[in-house]
Ligand binder design. Structure first.
Ligand code: FES
Ligand SMILES: [Fe+2]
Length: 449
């Protein structure tokens, strides 16, 4: 494992004066306007969400021809569908006629999408199938062809994880994913018969800026104090939790990773008492199977440590005691919609599936012992940063300096430091650039992108 060395540039070289990084004083601060200001949000929509790869969903959510889901990314409604030939398609969910939302269901199976407004009808492969009184339109196929559903400009799939971009000029998906791609592959290789999402999605809306959700996921520092109920529960079941031997990695381009060897058990990979005795035997057998299939070294890499992977800007992959895919969709500066899916081994026994769901629900589920704490934490930040809005004297900055000395010395960052947050913010600042007119945000147009 190698880490990307920190950028030793000045704050301006980071592209955005909402970030104050001082390698002499070993401090790193983020101006709180970044969480609050509509102008920052508008700039992010433009610079990030309109020009990056975005995680849309997993192929296994639409397993059969005609299966579709609708969801919104970067504020744009989309249709995610497997066409009748079996190909994954992603359309802008706006009727080519006059822009009406074409599909108003959240999910289903169909060969045709019909717009309710004037009844134009489209195949799931995108072509216009029929429209009332076609004789009133110009003759010839060119006109009809021009009325096909609009595809998103770019679509890429890695290990079944479907990403899209609204910018036709983005680099190839694997170039964007970089070092993060292999961590997705590692999680995707856990099951001998592959992996699948379970039907159903956990959806909730958080009254907090989306970047607070990223910070929270990359922040091992909060684990023991915020989740003390969960830590106490684990101790009662006989499992000790430690902050030792847990590290944070900058995977480049805003992607981050925590590797948590002392976190807790992993279903089928690291047994712990709360999983019960039958699971202990199965875990031994499964580890042997993984070693035979992946090779001992790779199997150990996949199985031995829990991981939280963040793929900039909107994907979190929790490869912990259970597996959760989480997607962030910023709604405005103070509101974020979250979707989460359970990721499981295809073909695993029902008893294991039940254990997995129970375990997930106990921790990262929306009613578990972790996620409600986390949501309360970042909603509390969003409320709290109002307190210092517009005040001078350095009051309106949040501190993320923990572990800067180790970072400056080139030592591996710990998960309980704030290095993973700093690498996220450095990338963010380069992409977003200066935001004119924002308090604390510098003056002129033309920050580096
Ligand atoms: S807007 Fe869809 S058919 Fe007219
Ligand atoms: Fe947490």
């Amino acid at each position: 494992m190698t880490t990307t060395l920190p950028d030793r540039g000045t704050p301006m070289a980071l592209g955005n004066s909402l970030i104050a990084q001082d390698w002499e004083a070993l401090t790193f601060k983020v101006h709180r306007s970044a969480y609050r200001e509509p102008a920052v949000f508008a700039r992010e929509r433009d610079r990030i969400w309109n020009h990056s790869w975005l995680y849309l969903g997993h192929e296994t959510e639409i397993p059969e021809p005609g299966d579709f889901k609708t969801r919104t990314l970067g504020g744009r409604p989309l249709i995610f569908v497997r066409d009748s030939a079996g190909t994954v398609q992603v359309y802008l969910n706006a009727c080519p006629h006059r822009g009406t939302i074409l599909c108003r269901e959240t999910e289903g199976r169909t060969k045709l999408f019909q717009c309710f407004y004037h009844a134009w009808t489209f195949r799931n492969s995108g072509e216009l199938a029929s429209l009332p009184d076609g004789s009133a339109y110009p003759p010839g196929s060119d006109f009809v062809d021009s009325l096909a559903l609009r595809r998103v400009p770019r679509l890429g799939i890695h290990e079944g994880f479907v990403f899209i971009s609204f910018d036709p000029g983005v680099p190839e998906l694997l170039d964007h994913l970089g070092a993060a791609a292999d961590y997705i592959s590692m999680t995707a290789s856990i099951g001998p018969q592959g992996m699948t999402t379970l039907p159903g999605v956990q959806k909730y809306s958080v009254r907090g800026n989306w970047k607070l959700a990223v910070e929270n996921a990359m922040d091992g520092y909060h684990f023991a104090p915020t989740h003390n109920t969960f830590v106490g529960y684990l101790r009662e079941t006989g499992f000790a939790v430690t902050d030792e031997d847990q590290y944070a990695y900058d995977l480049g381009d805003g992607h981050g990773l925590l590797i948590l060897t002392g976190h807790n058990g992993r279903i089928g990979m690291i047994w712990e008492p709360r999983f019960g005795e039958p699971e202990r035997e199965r875990t031994e057998a499964k580890r042997a199977e993984m070693s035979a299939r992946l090779g001992a070294a790779r199997a150990a890499r996949v199985a031995d440590a829990s991981r939280i992977l963040y793929v900039f800007p909107n994907l979190l992959l929790f490869d912990l005691e259970a597996l959760t895919i989480r997607q962030l969709e910023p709604v405005d500066a103070g509101v974020t919609d979250v979707r989460a899916w359970q990721f499981v081994e295809s073909g695993e026994p029902d008893s294991v599936r039940a254990l997995r769901l129970k375990t997930m629900a106990s921790f990262v589920g929306p009613g578990g012992l972790a996620t409600p704490d986390d949501i309360e934490a970042y909603e509390a930040v969003q409320r709290g940063v109002q307190a210092t809005a517009g005040l001078d004297g350095g009051l309106d900055w949040s501190d993320m300096s923990r572990g800067m000395a180790d970072e400056a010395a080139g030592r591996q960052g710990r998960s309980i430091d704030e290095g993973a947050m700093r690498s996220f913010w450095r990338h963010w600042s380069r992409v977003v650039g200066e935001v004119p007119g924002v308090p604390g945000g510098g003056g002129t147009e033309g920050g580096q992108v």
